[in-house]
Design a protein around this ligand. Structure first.
Ligand code: ADP
Length: 218
């Protein structure tokens, strides 16, 4: 299915809000491309360079990666999608005011801003912690599972690429709580700017169907 008339999406929500799972569904059904800063950083962290070791250490501690690294990732991926007229979903970006300003610099006119829709997944923090501490993910293709609600067909093996699933270092309960604190302090405050600048859909624990109705059939 062609996606060039669909809006580009920015999923805005706390860690564990369900952004990654929603991206998987929208990719499969509408041919979106997901630009996930978390997945890109995990791929870089698995290479054996000075930068990868630094990224790995910051991520393992639950803190945000320096903006300049994130900007380089985002610039390359947005430009690639724009070049190929590929509709995309931003997952995990922007996470602070500086990153938000950087994103805005790609959309200077009102017309350009109307081609992008922010979707705020407003998930209860306790639910997010619970989701993170039961989450399993594939280190290679990045598919997400949940021990209780969506386990893989074969115990601990990815249904898609057969790799051994892992629990992310950032998903332990104490790291999840720390990341939520960082979200509340650093990321959530940008919501008031988003509301002024871009189309925004704000939803509490939505199902994929509700999101599809709102985004594609408005
Ligand atoms: P989740 O899927 O649990 O929401 P992510 O996979 O998006 O988490 O992010 C994992 C880690 O990657 C974060 O804890 C942070 O260290 C880093 N990260 C991801 N996106 C950004 C960003 N936009 N700015 C800075 N750090 C980021």
């Amino acid at each position: 299915m062609m996606t060039k008339n669909f809006p580009n999406l920015v999923l805005f929500g706390s860690p564990g809000a369900g952004k990654g799972t929603l991206c998987e569904k929208l990719e499969e059904k509408y041919n979106y491309r997901t630009i996930s800063t978390g997945n890109t950083l995990r791929t870089i962290a698995n290479q054996n360079t000075f930068l990868s070791n630094e990224i790995k250490a910051i991520m393992a501690n639950g803190y945000l990666i320096p903006d300049e690294i994130i900007f380089a990732i985002i610039k390359e991926k947005i430009e690639e999608c724009t070049h190929y007229k590929q509709a995309y979903i931003l997952d995990g970006f922007p996470q602070n005011l500086r990153q938000y300003e950087f994103l805005k610099s790609f959309f200077l006119t009102e017309q350009e801003r109307n081609k992008i829709t922010f979707v705020h997944l407003n998930t209860d923090y306790e639910k997010a912690i619970d989701r993170m501490s039961t989450r399993l993910s594939c280190p290679y293709c990045h598919k997400i599972y949940n021990e209780r609600t969506s386990p893989p067909t074969i115990h601990n093996l990815c249904d898609v690429c057969n790799s051994i699933l892992e629990r992310r270092t950032t998903d332990s309960r104490d790291k999840a709580i720390l990341r939520l604190e960082i979200f509340k302090k650093t990321t959530l405050p940008i919501l008031k700017y988003i509301k002024k600048d871009f189309p925004l859909i704000s939803l509490v624990d939505p199902t994929t169907h509700i999101i599809e109705d709102l985004i594609f059939r408005r």
